[in-house]
Design a protein around this ligand. Sequence first.
Ligand code: ATP
Ligand code: MG
Length: 414
Amino acid sequence: MSFPARLEIPDEVIRIARKLEAAGFETWCVGGAVRDNLLGHANKDFDLATAATPPQVRQLFKRTVPIGIEHGTVAVLDRKRQPHEVTTFRRDVTTDGRHALVEFGVSLEEDLARRDFTINAIAYHPLNHEWRDPFDGAADLDARLIHAVGEPADRFREDYLRILRALRFAAKFDFTIEPNTRDAAAAAVPGLEGLSAERVREEWFRGLAGAQQPSAFVRLWEEMGALAIWLPELRGRQPTEPDQWTVVDRLGSSDALLATVYLSSDPEATLTRLKCSNADVERGRAVKRFRSSMPEPESAMEVRRWMSRVGDAVDDLVALSASAGGSELGEAVRKVRASGAPLAVAELAVNGSDLMALGIGEGPAIGRVLRQLLDAAIEDPTVNTRDLLLKRAADLATSTSRSPPPDREGRGAE
Ligand code: ATP
Ligand code: MG
């Protein structure tokens, strides 16, 4: 690949670079946006690397946010208050596979040398349009290779997250991992155990959502042995059920969480290990619980009953069924919603006070009657009027006090 004469850099980024350079600090565009633009993928999110130290950057600009100051990263806010990352040229002094102690006051070349892969270690000068590519990242872009900068085994030992980053970039661009890099990554895999759940989670979900083919990303994690360590509940599903991959491919980029839940034999365990939010763990638990009892879309009554029982998980289950090729359930759910049929006690045309006014008592009795009214309204939504429900409640109250046989409970005689 020969470098283009110029990259189109947003004005706001140029302004920041100009100010730094005017103050005597060498400043370059680096990282993902340079790589993406060379690949022809639009990406205006250019990160800057500079000789200025974080305090110097903060002094030069009115509005800054210290987003990772110990690593040298400051966000500079532009006139529209959009953040741009500015990172001081740095070298890693000590590393332990998870964190690095960094030193500033080094050259651009040293800064590029601590970056993970050659395609991420290309620099472009936004003002004089020079290129720096000491590790021949351009050749690897041509060859479509993920290739560690320097000695791969050392680089993975410094930061085991790079193993997962290699998988993410490979799936995102449909690149191959260069053989030495791949072997070193595979050998370093036990080091993944020491990573924090938050970093792994971010790699997993970003990777799944950004992959050209999400199923290929899952397979890369499996082959590398990362699945066995961090997501054991997702292992070994591929040989028997090829259709599963279609679902993952349809779901992965739109809803990586749901794709993960779908693939996992125990979503609660998987999402808890990844330290996902309680709401996400709950989503996983609900989907698993209701997945095996999907309704017949042809029966509106069955669909209403199911929606009432499943509650918040309806949309996830519809999305799953749509990814497996079934559009009927989604259609049926839309119709039920459009009809305004009641699916919860709160949607009934009467409430607890109405029943108390009838003298039905309080507490559990009221709750039970409301539940029975809801059952009746789910079966036949036309009964959801105040008059009909009150009449039915009065009947239920008298028949309950006469203790009907259990099979008649909740089904008022009509
Ligand atoms: P994306 O488009 O997914 O954001 P990116 O290349 O911009 O990809 P970032 O995580 O935003 O990835 O990191 C920006 C740059 O910082 C990378 O291109 C790489 O040069 C460097 N970098 C980030 N994380 C690491 C790491 N763990 N080890 C070495 N270099 C890293
Ligand atoms: Mg980035």
